[in-house]
Design a protein around this ligand. Structure first.
Ligand SMILES: CC(=O)SCCNC(=O)CCNC(=O)[C@H](O)C(C)(C)COP(=O)(O)OP(=O)(O)OC[C@H]1O[C@@H](n2cnc3c(N)ncnc32)[C@H](O)[C@@H]1OP(=O)(O)O
Length: 499
């Protein structure tokens, strides 16, 4: 039975990829306007279903808060759409006559998209919009724990795409979710690129598949409250972030790091805004629920409220507690408080000054989450600059909530639910992923100088007896073309190529 199911699911994946490839070949002939109409129609359908799908996601996964998932769905649909709608992605996307360069957008083909259980519906919307905007087809692999809400989101998208004139098969989804099916998807030679968001093992599998992959590693961003910070605002933003969808966004803060000279004010403000400092015994009880035996994050705490986590661990906390905090002094893989915790749970570190806080932040990021995101609350531009120069992160967010800042909600970063972690985080890019990461660019480059000119410019001697069909090396120089002539010819060639 198991074997049958595996074989069936592998066959399903092969069929999906075959259909997606065929559909993409047709879609690849559409011009920018037709592609944009389809992308717009999908975004509108997602907006119309944002609340229903948000509720489905919470009900199925048990992660997060439906109202916040509505906002996430809007981020994955209309907010993403607004930021990509004017991008040129199809055909000639850029030309510079003076330099003799023209750029043509080339779709990558079929995108394989792994969807996490933490942001399931919103990530499907976002990945489909950016894949199609770049002229690609997409085949989606749902996390098994969020399969139904993902399938429902895909059917909303497929219906809108079909009505807007997209070829059948352009958006596919695996219905028989097995590891074998996902493995077959990742390794299929017809896949252009993999967009992997999810658990570490899945992202690792994507990178090991032999296909190009853009993956997101774990977050573990500290938040530094520096002595010049507006402390009430800093705490409010950290709590807004950590309680948003109960902390399921990987750019959310995982520790507070502050300075000794403002410790008392920070502690008072944390308490005033609904933070609860657990004592050592309570911290130990909660710690048992943070990681599983295999050392990875325990899904039982993911997206749960502070009260639910306290109940699970059997500790008493004041009514109305929003965030649980645990004072820590050591960073290590074995200390669960210094790892990623996708729930309203924070480690709390106090350091002598900003230099020590800087070192502590680096240590936390090297423990887990290198290349991802961290936040700083400060008015001191020198300290902010110093942090920007030294931290192993792809996003340093200033005076803003980490979760919403990282995904481009409260900052001007590109709206995205896949956040590149750079080389240090094992990612192919440090970008917030947009359609521009999902096209190749064919560069048409016209000759604007000659070998003889380059030799002359850099004073390189001409080898003896250089073979040249025009007789001598200097023939090119003797052509008598001015820079203006070269530009005019280049423009004419580019115009002809564009048709
Ligand atoms: C911008 C952003 O915020 S992106 C956020 C993305 N980050 C994350 O998702 C955080 C990382 N995720 C995790 O650590 C985990 O997924 C958790 C803790 C959230 C949930 O844990 P779990 O529900 O146990 O899911 P986990 O990812 O470990 O996978 C469970 C099983 O499903 C399998 N699975 C996961 N994805 C797929 C898939 N696409 N296809 C088939 N199987 C899959 C896993 O291999 C695993 O199998 P196993 O039990 O045989 O080992």
């Amino acid at each position: 039975m198991g074997l049958d199911m595996d074989l069936q699911s592998i066959q399903e994946v092969r069929d999906l990829i075959r259909d997606a490839k065929k559909a993409q070949e047709v879609f690849g002939t559409f011009d920018q306007q037709r592609v944009d109409q389809i992308v717009k129609a999908i975004s509108e359908a997602c907006v119309a279903n944002a609340e229903r799908l948000a509720k489905m996601a919470v009900e199925e996964t048990g992660f997060g808060v439906w109202q916040d998932k509505v906002l996430k769905n809007l981020l994955g649909s209309t907010i993403t759409y607004e930021s990509i709608k004017d991008m040129k992605t199809i055909g000639v996307i850029h030309e510079d006559g003076a330099k003799g360069i023209m750029e043509v957008g080339v779709p990558m083909g079929v995108i394989a998209a792994l969807i996490p259980s933490t942001n399931p519906t919103s990530t499907v919307m976002y990945k489909t919009l950016i894949a199609l905007k770049a002229g690609n087809a997409i085949v989606i692999s749902p996390h098994p724990g969020a399969k139904n809400c993902i399938l429902e989101t895909v059917s909303v998208i497929q219906e809108a795409a079909r009505k807007a004139g997209a070829p059948e098969g352009l958006v596919g989804v695996i219905r028989l979710t097995t590891m074998e099916a996902t493995d077959a998807l990742l390794k299929d030679p017809n896949i252009g690129v993999i967009l992997a968001t999810g658990g570490e093992a899945m992202v690792h599998a994507a990178y090991s598949s032999g296909n190009p992959a853009i993956g997101v590693g774990p977050g573990n961003g500290p938040s530094f409250i520096e002595r010049t910070a507006n402390i009430p605002e800093a705490v409010r933003r950290i709590f807004d972030s950590k309680t948003f969808d109960n902390g399921t966004i990987c750019a959310s803060e995982q520790s507070i790091v502050t300075e000794k000279c403002i410790e008392a004010q920070v502690v008072e403000e944390v308490r005033r805004q609904g933070g609860y400092f657990m004592d050592t015994a309570q911290s130990e009880k909660v710690a048992r629920f943070i990681l599983r035996d295999n050392g990875t994050m325990n899904p039982k705490i993911v997206g749960k409220s502070a009260q639910a986590i306290a109940d699970m661990a059997g500790i008493q906390i004041p009514a109305g507690t929003r965030v649980l905090l645990s004072r820590q002094t050591e960073v290590s893989k074995k200390n669960p408080y210094t790892r990623e915790k996708l729930c309203p749970l924070l480690a709390f570190f106090v350091e002598e000054g900003w230099q020590e806080a800087c070192e502590r932040s680096i240590q936390i990021l090297q423990n887990e989450g290198a290349g991802h995101t961290m936040t700083i609350h400060s008015q001191d531009t020198d300290v902010i600059r110093e942090f920007a120069l030294k931290k192993p992160v792809s996003r340093l967010l200033v005076n803003t909530p980490g979760a919403l800042g990282g995904v481009g909600g409260t900052t001007n970063l590109a709206p995205a639910l896949t956040l590149g972690c750079g080389a240090v985080g094992g990612s192919a890019t440090s970008d917030n992923i947009t359609p521009m990461n999902l096209i190749n660019i064919r560069r048409v480059a016209c000759g604007v100088t000659e070998l003889s000119d380059i030799r002359k410019k850099y004073n390189v001697p001409v080898p003896e007896q250089t073979p040249c069909c025009y007789g001598t090396e200097s023939a090119g120089q003797a052509s008598g073309l001015t820079a203006e002539d070269v530009e005019a010819i280049t423009r004419a060639v580019l115009a002809k190529l564009r048709g």
